[in-house]
Design a protein. Sequence first.
Length: 256
Amino acid sequence: MTEQVALYHWEPNANSGKPMLALAEKGVAYESHYTDLLSFDQHKPEYLKMNPNGTIPVMKHGDRVLTESTAIMEYVNEAFDGTALMPEDVQARWRIRWWMKFMDQWLGPSFSMLGWSMFVGPSVRQKDPAELDAAIERIPLPERRTAWRKAISGNFSDAEMAESKRRVALGVEMLEAELGRHDYVASDEYSLADINWFNSTYSLPLGQPDLAGKDRTPNIMRWLKQVYHRPAVQETWTKGRTDLASRYRLVMEEID
Ligand SMILES: N[C@@H](CCC(=O)N[C@@H](CS)C(=O)NCC(=O)O)C(=O)O
């Protein structure tokens, strides 16, 4: 009997979107557990039993509990049949891992800081302050407690914000150049690197029009259009419940 897959995810972006898109590309049916980051579902005791770090996503496959979004994508690609999301060529595989590592370690946290200051903080700020304090106290990782406090109070420092903007601008430049060399990120085939990067860059033309758009970054716009049109991407975005899903639809209209 095939083992069941269950995915605990938030919106189909950033980290949650990685296993969602990988599973959809492979045609693997999964039990979807929407885990509402804005209601702090990821810090509830039943969730912490699966992932003591209190971060999303978590995937269960049979009795295996898997964490770390990029590592989960690699697992999905290897554990299931269907479209290969890594090419055969060994150098291309290295390049894909290079690009994913760069995003996860260096650039992703900057995209995240901008997203948290513009979307996550403002979305929860109006909740009762005592309730918010208690919710923050339940967060297991001290660095996530700090991020939540800063997002809620709008207290990311000017220096932190400037550094995040610098990194994002550099990342966009690198992506534009890379997509001039290859059809997709790191290779000429759609791969895990595209999923990884798309999840942080899908709304660039809307959120950062000074950095990305038809005139400034034609390669990124061509790539975004290709990725937006993938059935797996469209199907996955029907699972979005917040304003991020409306942003996805707006960009889709703009690039068509
Ligand atoms: N390295 C982890 C990071 C996971 C992560 O930080 N996820 C964010 C959402 S994109 C989260 O759960 N934040 C909730 C919180 O900090 O409370 C992964 O890639 O899975």
